[in-house]
Design a protein. Structure first.
Length: 296
């Protein structure tokens, strides 16, 4: 009897310990805070500090020159920049999947997320887009009527949002060093014409700026090696990605060259035609000034 009781106690203790470790691994915790940051919880407005948990339904508001770094379980690092208003809309985990969704009213978010399982998801929603990732380093800048998603490495599926509805048929896969910018006017056009989202190349200067910010992400965060390794690779890699972006720009320029040549040719033809008409006009004017011979 005593032996059975002891076994049961050990099992309960193991289960409690497992659940505790599981909760810690699957939650969102604050790593560091800079400046004026507020955590809006069910218990009221709090001043967050390192180690505090962030739960589903909590909001994060940052003032100017302020930011907060979050650790998403062992799967990612999230930085919310200045003048941001972000809410944790979903945070769920079980044995089969892990789901997290952030709603951005405004502001900026830079995140590096490790590869997720097939059934898991990590999303950032704004007024005009939803960015879904599965193992990516990316940045989202959002406003009341616009959003921009920059993919630094990996792939993000961007779906435009029109009048609160997802335009699934217009979604686009955005890959390394590519970006999508969507405002209300652009999304309306996409909805009316049922066309795909336009993907562009991130300017070289912006790639450099994002890499500089990545350098300041916490290197001591308790996350998977994959996250820290990817961040280091982005920072320390030679300008391979930038060279690729320049190559893409060169290809685009090459494609535009025939059009430019045609435009120059048309301009020259018009100029020549104008000059010809001008010369002809001068000649006609001279002819009109020649006195007619008197009748003999």
């Amino acid at each position: 009897m005593k032996k059975t009781t002891l076994v049961l106690i050990m099992l309960v203790f193991a289960a409690v310990s497992y659940c505790t470790r599981k909760t810690e691994r699957e939650g969102i915790n604050i790593h560091s805070v800079v400046g004026d940051v507020k955590l809006l919880t069910a218990k009221g407005e709090l001043s967050p500090k390192a180690g505090d948990p962030v739960s589903m339904g909590d909001g994060i508001v940052t003032a100017g020159a302020s930011m907060i770094d979050l650790v998403y379980a062992d799967r990612g690092i999230i930085r919310i920049g200045e003048n941001s208003n972000v809410k944790v809309e979903e945070l769920f985990s079980d044995a089969e999947k892990d789901n997290a969704r952030f709603g951005m009213e405004k502001g900026a978010m830079l995140a590096s997320i490790s590869r997720l399982s097939k059934n898991s998801s990590f999303e950032v929603k704004s007024s005009t887009s939803v960015a879904a990732v599965r193992g990516t380093t990316f940045r989202v800048i959002a406003g009341d009527k616009s959003s921009k998603i920059d993919v630094v490495k990996g792939r993000v599926r961007v779906t435009p949002v029109h009048a609160g509805k997802l335009l699934l048929e217009s979604a686009a896969e955005v890959e390394t060093n590519r970006a999508v910018a969507l405002d209300v006017e652009a999304v309306t056009g996409i909805a009316e014409k049922k066309k795909a989202v336009e993907v562009t190349v991130i300017p070289k200067e912006e790639v450099k700026a994002i890499r500089e910010e990545l350098k300041s992400l916490p290197g001591d965060a308790a996350v998977a090696d994959e996250v820290l390794r990817e961040t280091r690779e982005i920072i320390t890699a030679p300008a391979q990605d930038e060279a690729e972006a320049e190559k893409d720009n060169a290809v685009k320029e090459e494609k535009r060259r025939p059009e430019r040549k045609a435009a120059v040719k048309r301009k020259d033809e018009v100029k020549q035609q104008d000059e010809k008409q001008e010369v002809t006009g001068v000649r006609d004017e001279k002819k009109s000034k020649i006195p007619l011979a008197p009748n003999l």
